[in-house]
Structure formats: structure tokens, C-alpha cells
Design a protein around this ligand. Structure first.
Ligand code: MN
Length: 359
């Protein structure tokens, strides 16, 4: 026998009637109805249909795009384990079940701007590091020219240097880097200046990032002898042992102090997250961030002028359960919400994301 009073049962049954795509929040409700009308693949085709970043529509024409999610299946120059070229594919799969509404801020990136999956960069010679680096730089220079905000999924971290060069175009921007490794080793590694260990040394020398507005967070483990360039260049490097002392709030305060009000890029190397949570990365490092700390830090950048972001070193072959790609996609949706809000602050709100034929 039910413990509900007849009044309560009647009220709950009335509430439950509605439709699946329904919300008491009128703004969310309007979005859900629009998705349904446009046959957006969110909810309906979770296990079928197109495999796009966050269920965004696939777009070849960049005229239709404000926020571009792009895959960079580039793994030449990976110093340790191969397989990061499969990162974008795995991320796409898990991102189908991430979003479309931020669970704390209620941000709906699809309502703020035209967000699209613009596919993967296709490399003419995928094992030639120098030509891949140039292809990536040219792609992001084009995004900058068009005022497109990029979210990229890799791929080895080597890719972030040409991304920054393309986006900065001679005007150095700030950088928030979460990573187990500072990636500022000197000289050449495995015979090339463009390598996975010198990414941000290259970005400083090419004046793509401003070292005084760069913060590197979470360094530990195997590349700790190579932190001196960062410090001598004026970058704020917070090794993991200092993170333990500062706590999440202290780290966020340092990010805001170092970056200030100016534009900045956010790069998240999956190995910044503890190896327990992130087995599917090129070089897993113990004693890192929990997923909960990671999401708090990303949310701590809310309201800042973020101009682009990436997720790198996801290496699905070492994680057949998909745990790493699932976490990456969830953190990716958080990041995309930041990017969408910042893009609208810079450019104003002009159009929404449309599925089917672009409006
Ligand atoms: Mn890295």
C-alpha cells in the first residue's frame, strides 16, 4: 500500500506525465524542444548515428562555426608509448554522453554559439614531425583569422606549440598548463627541436606565449630535472608537492593572479591526472590530481578570457575500459562551456548551434 497521501500521489503523477525532453526551467525546456525539432542526436541516438564531439553537428564550412571541436590524430614524436592518434576517436565516443547542459552553471554551449565538430586534421605525411607541425600551425592561424575558438583533442603534446603559434600570430598569450611534465627541456630530443618534451620552451622562444603569464601546474616524476628553463624564463611552475600544500583554492588563486584579465590558452595533458584515474595516457604518472580536484580547478577558471583549449596524450589502447576517455570527455565538456561563455563575452551572441541544415 502506498505511503503517499492521495494529494501527493496526484501531484507526482501529474508531474511525471510530461515528456522526456522537458524541463521546469523555461530556458532549458526551450533548448530541449529545439533539439527535438532539429532532430539533434542527443539522447535519441546515443548508441547509433554520427560519432561527433559532444553531439555537435559536423561542419566542413568554417563560415558556419564559432567554436570548433577538432581532432588531431598526431603521434609522431611520442617519446614513450604509441596510440595517441586514436585519442580523438575514443574521446568522440564518450563525449556523446557528456552535456548538453552544464550541471552546475546550467550553461548550454549550443545555445550560446555555433559549435561544430570540424573533423580531424588530415596529415599528408603523418610520420614527418616538421610537416605535421606546420599543418597544425596553418590550421590554427586560419581559426584565428576567422575568429573561431578552438577545442582540440590529441594527439601528442607536441601539437600544442604550433596551435599556440597559429593562435597567437606574434601576440603572445597567457597559458594555463596542467601536466605531470613541464615540457620545457632544452636542445633537441630524439633528433628534433619539435618534440614532446620541449613544447613550451618552443612556444616561449617563438613568442606564442608570454612566460610571465604562464602557469604550469602538477609537475612531478620522471622529467623533474627539466624544470629550470621554466623558472628562469619567469613561468610560474607549481610542482605537485606544492599543490598538496596550496590545495585547490590556492591553485585557483595562483591561476587568477598569474593570468589576470588578458587572453589565455588552457592545455590539459591527461598525465596531469593521477595514473589511477588515467591509465590511458602516453606516460601515466602517480601522485597526481584526482578527477574531482581537476574539475574544481577547471571550474575555477570560470569568467576568465580563455581563447582556446586542448586535451592531449589520451592513449586509448592502454585503457580498454574507456575510463580515461570518459574522464577526458567529461572534463572536455567543462572546458567547452568555459570556451563558449568567453567567446560570447569577446564577440557577442550572434547565433546558435543548429543541427541538420545550418540556419
Ligand atoms: Mn605534456
Amino acid at each position: 500500500m502506498s505511503g503517499f497521501s492521495p494529494e501527493k500521489r496526484a501531484r507526482l503523477e501529474a508531474l511525471a506525465k510530461g515528456e522526456f525532453l522537458q524541463s521546469s526551467d523555461p530556458r532549458i525546456d526551450a533548448f530541449l524542444k529545439r533539439m527535438e525539432a532539429e532532430k539533434a542526436p542527443v539522447f535519441a541516438d546515443v548508441y547509433a548515428g554520427e560519432m561527433n564531439f559532444f553531439n555537435a553537428p559536423r561542419r566542413a564550412n568554417l563560415d558556419d562555426v564559432d567554436l570548433a571541436c577538432i581532432g588531431i590524430p598526431f603521434e609522431a614524436s611520442a617519446p614513450v608509448r604509441g596510440g595517441t592518434r586514436l585519442g580523438p576517436r575514443s574521446f568522440r565516443e564518450w563525449s556523446k554522453v557528456r552535456g548538453p547542459v552544464h550541471d552546475v552553471w546550467r550553461t548550454i554551449p549550443f545555445e550560446l554559439l555555433s559549435m561544430a565538430d570540424v573533423g580531424d586534421i588530415s596529415f599528408e605525411s603523418p610520420h614527418d614531425v616538421n610537416s605535421c607541425v606546420e599543418t597544425i600551425r596553418a590550421t590554427f592561424a586560419e581559426f584565428r583569422r576567422r575568429g573561431i575558438t578552438p577545442y582540440s583533442v590529441g594527439g601528442v603534446h607536441t601539437m600544442t606549440h604550433p596551435i599556440l603559434s597559429g593562435l597567437a600570430a606574434g601576440e603572445p598569450i597567457g597559458l594555463v598548463q596542467i601536466d605531470a611534465h613541464a615540457d620545457t627541456a632544452r636542445g633537441t630530443f630524439q633528433g628534433n627541436r619539435f618534440n614532446d618534451c620541449s613544447v613550451f620552451l618552443n612556444a616561449v622562444l617563438d613568442e606564442a606565449i608570454d612566460p610571465e603569464r604562464t602557469i604550469q601546474i602538477g609537475m612531478r616524476g620522471s622529467l623533474s630535472p627539466y624544470w629550470d628553463f621554466s623558472r628562469e624564463a619567469g613561468m610560474r611552475l607549481i610542482p605537485m608537492h606544492e599543490v598538496y600544500e596550496l590545495g585547490v583554492k590556492g591553485v585557483i588563486a595562483e591561476i587568477r593572479r598569474v593570468i589576470g584579465d588578458g587572453p589565455f590558452y588552457f592545455t590539459l595533458d591527461t598525465d596531469g591526472i593521477d595514473a589511477t584515474f588515467m591509465p590511458g595516457t602516453e606516460l601515466p604518472e602517480p601522485f597526481g590530481f584526482t578527477t574531482r580536484e581537476m574539475v574544481q580547478i577547471i571550474r575555477g577558471m570560470h569568467g576568465m578570457d580563455i581563447v582556446g583549449a586542448d586535451m592531449v596524450e589520451l592513449c586509448p589502447p592502454y585503457d580498454p575500459n574507456g575510463i580515461s576517455a570518459n574522464i577526458s570527455a567529461a572534463l572536455g565538456f567543462e572546458t567547452v562551456c568555459l570556451l563558449a561563455e568567453a567567446h560570447v563575452c569577446r564577440h557577442g551572441q550572434k547565433r546558435k548551434t543548429h543541427w541538420g541544415i545550418a540556419a
